[in-house]
Design a protein around this ligand. Structure first.
Ligand code: LLP
Length: 417
């Protein structure tokens, strides 16, 4: 980490190829009995080199915009291994997906399906579609990322789903033949998946009696990652709960997709920061770093916990928990904050850490997913660099942005009207 900080600078996201591959392989093995195509959720960590790493293991991709589709194609993933979700697909995005030969379009509403059908008709291009259903299951996660309850904007509720298929199930070009679910993220118990799949099975029975054949089920993502020690079920735990319901469907010829993001990328990445200053304000101690919510939004946006520790061999790692005992020898409570002009710009509050000093390097753990992909340029902060470690090889996979990059789009002013 020191060498990386010396050569690439900070803030920098550092990913481990071995961990990305290890997480992918564990999911692949766990879900092998239903031969699920793992479509990595590009939104979790979208760097081309990360996508290429997973593609080499056989991953498909879950995309939600033409930008993500373009990334997947450029990383060499064939379009027919990509599934495309999202409540607000623009016409140009639908056209791009159809022209690329997308594997599956996940449809979120009647109005969207009508639009897809109209475009498919015009282009005389067939496209496989799956209806995203909303099973009204509580994934017991942050309300911003809970997507399987009726009151969210996602999918179509089960009552409408049956009518949806009756109306649209036999379209000539937009072939509605699958079901899609994504009930939330992260989901730390297996029960919501089981409940959602049970409701899906009932719907499939109803559809069968209506003469409609379901050919694919996309179970979405949402598997947890360990932000704290042993917080999440393992790939095998999720599979053990899901497979008993999925295997009979598989034996009826139904093809399975999964869309894991966080469970692959989160623990494959750390955010490397430098402490610029330390400061005492009243009772509070602050370590002010060279990035905060601009690089990793999760703590300030969701109140998420990320383990933080100095990159100093002398400081033995304590287990990553929210409340590391302050009484532990030598630790002091500190707020780890960024340089931005908001009190909400923090990465950790009241965290028990060894005393920090200017120039210290810090690692923010479990930052591989929804770190760089949610980073912003707020306060005109150039985006961090990204580095991939593959065994003893270390590669810069995204250059640090410069202030020049920030200004480039504003230099030329053109008259519009
Ligand atoms: N499929 C769909 C349709 C999704 O919307 C998502 C995530 C995934 C798959 C991947 O979920 P995962 O396996 O990564 O949990 N920004 C939030 C997470 C938002 C997730 C949005 N959708 C965070 O930082 O926790």
């Amino acid at each position: 980490m020191r060498e990386i900080a010396r050569t690439a600078g900070t803030p920098t996201f550092v990913y481990s190829r071995a961990t990305l591959e290890g997480h992918f392989d564990r999911l692949q093995t766990a879900f092998a009995p239903i031969d699920a195509l793992l479509c990595y959720s590009v939104k979790s960590c979208a760097n081309l080199s990360v996508l290429r790493t997973l593609a080499a293991r056989g991953a498909g991709m879950d995309v939600v915009s033409v930008g993500e589709l373009q990334r997947a194609l450029e990383a060499g993933i064939p379009a027919d291994k990509c599934v495309y979700a999202g409540v607000g697909k623009r016409d140009d995005e639908i056209i791009a997906a159809l022209e690329a030969g997308i594997g599956l379009l996940n449809v979120e509403s009647e109005a969207e399906f009508e639009n897809i059908a109209r475009i498919a008709n015009q282009l005389r291009t067939s496209v496989r579609c799956a209806l995203r259903i909303n099973p009204d299951v509580d994934p017991k996660t942050h309300r911003y990322t809970s997507t399987g309850k009726k009151e969210t904007k996602f999918g179509v509720d089960l009552e409408r789903a049956r009518r949806f298929f009756q109306q649209w199930g036999h379209h000539e070009y937009a072939k509605l033949e699958g079901l899609h679910l994504h009930i939330g993220s992260p989901i730390y118990t297996v029960d919501p998946y089981v409940e959602a799949l049970k409701k899906t099975c009932t719907l499939i029975e109803d559809l069968t009696s209506d003469g409609i054949e379901i050919r694919s089920i996309d179970l979405g993502g949402g598997f947890g990652a360990d932000y704290e020690s042993d917080q999440s079920p393992s790939a095998m735990d999720y599979a053990d709960a899901i497979l008993p319901l999925a295997l009979p469907l598989k034996s009826r010829g139904i093809k399975f997709f999964l869309e894991p993001g966080r469970s692959i990328a989160a623990n494959a990445g750390v955010l490397l920061l430098s402490v610029l200053y330390t400061k005492q304000s009243g009772e509070k101690r602050f370590a002010i770093c060279d990035a905060g919510m601009n690089a990793l939004l999760r703590p300030s946006h969701y109140g998420s916990f990320h383990f933080v520790w100095p990159v100093r061999p002398a400081d033995a790692l304590v287990p990553p928990t929210r409340s590391s005992a302050l009484s532990m020898q030598g630790l002091v409570a500190q707020d780890i904050v960024g340089p931005l002009c908001e009190s909400g710009d923090f990465l950790a509050l009241d965290r028990a850490l060894p005393p920090l000093a200017r120039g210290d390097l810090l690692a923010v753990f479990t930052a591989g997913a929804y770190g760089m992909s949610m980073a912003s340029r707020y306060n005109s902060s150039p985006l961090p660099a990204e580095v991939l470690v593959s065994g003893d090889r270390v590669a810069l996979i995204r250059e640090r942005e410069t202030v020049e990059d920030l200004l480039a789009h504003e230099r030329h002013v053109t008259a519009l009207l």
